[in-house]
Design a protein around this ligand. Sequence first.
Ligand code: GLP
Length: 244
Amino acid sequence: MKIAVFDDHQVMSFQAARMIATQIKNKPDSVICLASGETPFLAYHLLSTLLLGEGVDHQQFTLIDLDEWVNIPSQNTGSCSYFLHTTLIGPLKLSLSQFKLFDGIALDLQAECDAMDEFISKRGGIDLMVVGIGMNGHIGFNEPGVSTELYTHVIELDDTTRTVGQKYFAGKTTLGQGITLGLKHLQESNSVLLMASGDRKARIMKATLEGTIDPLVPSTIIRNHSNGLVMLDQKAASLLTPDE
Ligand code: GLP
C-alpha cells in the first residue's frame, strides 16, 4: 500500500479523477466499484469532465455500487444510487447494461447480495475499488468487527453510521441496515483507492495507517493490499507521524 498526501481536497480529487480515467483508458472494459459520499463527489464530477473532454471511450466500463442504505428507495436524494446517477451515470449517459446498483428496498435482500456477487465474478472480478472511510473506520458498510471473509452482505449499521449518515438526507431518516460489498472484495480487487479529507477524518486515518491491523477498524485491511493507494489531504493527514 502507498500513501499520497495532497494540499487540499480539490488537488486530491483531481488526482483521483485522473487515476480512475487512466484505469478506463488503459482497460476500457474495467470493472470499477465506486463509493458514495462527500469525499468522492468532486472527483466524480472531474472524472466525467475528463472523460468527456478527452473523448475517452467510456462505453465499455462497468460501474458497481459499493453500498446502499436498506429501506431507502433509489429516488431518495440520500441514497447511494441517486448519488451515482447524478454524479456519473447521468452525465456520462451510461447504458443500462453498464452499471449495477443495489436496490435498497428489494424484498429479498439475500438475492440482491447473491446477484451482485455473481455479476462481479462473471466479469472476472473488480479492477478498481474506490472507497471512502467512515468515522468509525468502516469501508462501504463493513462496520467495526465485520468478518474479512465476507462478500456482499446485509449488516446492522452501528450508531456512528446511523448518526453521521443523517447528513445525506433532507430530513431525519431511520437508518437500520446497509447492504455492502465485503472486505473479501476489497482484498481480491486488482487495485484499491481510499480517499479521505478534512480534519474530521484525521483521527481515524491515524488509526487506519498506524494502528494494529484489526477488523475492529475495517479500514486497516487496506494496508495488506499490494496495490492499495490511500489519498489524503493535509487535514486528514494532520495526525500522522511524520517520516523520520
Ligand atoms: C458512508 C458510506 C461510505 C462512505 C463513507 C464516508 O456511510 N457508506 O461508502 O465512503 O460513509 O462518507 P463521506 O465521504 O461522506 O465522509
